[in-house]
Design a protein around this ligand. Structure first.
Ligand code: FAD
Length: 117
């Protein structure tokens, strides 16, 4: 069995990839419903995240830095900044957020193009 630290890092990697990819695919002009859904998703994610310490700490960050859900750009930048808060606590390097939208490509292309699905 792999060491606990390795497993925790793998879980974190996978979780962050999904997290940032969802934000990078969020609509440019979300409806009220879409905004509510994203906000709830992020808060529920923080509640169900399997590492208890991480979840508790992340919930604290969410109260301090509430999700920015007005547009894709603001949501993606917010996600990058809050991940940087976690990086800071874990003494990891700060990530450059300027190309965040390009950095997280879902590989699904435009929703209209059947080929990319
Ligand atoms: P990760 O932080 O997993 O990042 C993966 C990749 O994303 C990086 O290699 C980089 O390419 C990119 N990246 C880095 N920073 C950013 C950014 N700001 N924006 C966008 N992309 C970025 N671990 C603990 O030990 N204690 C905790 O309290 C803890 N809390 C966590 C809370 C949450 C919500 C999550 C999802 C994970 C948490 N983790 C915690 C795990 C931790 O954040 C890392 O995932 C883990 O330590 C592995 O780190 P890593 O160096 O592989 O990079």
């Amino acid at each position: 069995k792999m060491a606990n630290e390795t497993l925790k890092a793998q879980l974190g990697n996978a979780a962050w990839r999904l997290f940032h990819t969802i934000l990078a695919r969020y609509p440019d002009e979300p409806s009220k419903q879409e905004q509510t859904t994203l906000n709830q998703y992020i808060h529920l994610f923080a509640q169900v995240y399997p590492c208890g310490d991480c979840a508790r700490h992340f919930q604290g960050l969410l109260s301090k830095y509430p999700p920015q859900i007005k547009s894709r750009k603001t949501a993606a930048l917010w996600g990058c900044h809050i991940h940087n808060k976690v990086n800071e606590r874990l003494e990891k390097p700060e990530y450059d957020c300027t190309t965040i939208l390009e950095d997280y490509d879902c590989g699904c292309g435009s929703d209209e193009k059947e080929d990319d699905k």
